[in-house]
Design a protein around this ligand. Sequence first.
Ligand code: PGA
Length: 263
Amino acid sequence: MSRRPMMAANWKMNKTVREAQEYTAALLPRAADAKEVDVAVLVPFTCLHEVARMAEDTVVTAGAQNFYYEDSGAYTGEVSVPMLLDVGAGAVIVGHSERRETFCETDDLVARKTKRAIEAGLLPIVCVGETKEERDAGDMWDKVSGQVRRVMEEFEDADGESIVFAYEPIWAIGTGDTATPEDAQDAIGKIRDLLREAADRDFADTVRILYGGSVKPENAAEIMAQQDIDGALVGGASLEVASFVELVEAAQNAVTPSEQTED
Ligand code: PGA
């Protein structure tokens, strides 16, 4: 795989500052061993400052799970990109299906937020994915391609390293019902083809596309072995540092299997 794999933990609405400190202290030395993997932890706003402080000058990127695209003003309850940068965030999830579904985020909002993050040099991890009903009705690609196209409309000279996509079929999130590696590859391969059209070949070859939805140590190797899958965005299995470390190691192993076997 020519693209550098990424393993990203999405803690969702979990962990106090104390719990975040313990987790980060345990993760940092283990992540440092996975030299070929980009490791990100996307944490609640309340512990972001502390996790970013601990992760400064390490291989782990601390990031947020959301923000609003305006820089400041009368937006009660929101957090802006300059605020995230101020506390040391390097990445942010945009358009997670839980935000799209529970907090009514539209494709337009997701596209504007993605644009703002990129302008500011904050790496957006943009989530796309279909519901079970859409998949059963044969509408998976209509939904996913529409989401990807809307984001790409905002760019002219897109740089593939400035954005990460995550294909997260909604029916696989938190359900234990993982997409088969073949289904995940099929969707992600199609997204890459679409990006070749919507941007260009160089962008499509460079951009990382993660899979998300019930990734765990038992299925990570198979998922990472797929040609177009560059890593994972992990919820449940990222909450325990031990299982997240196993996932980071699976990503490392996908790049350098021989070294791992010799160990
Ligand atoms: P899960 O969540 O790994 O618990 O399915 C993934 C996500 O929502 O990003």
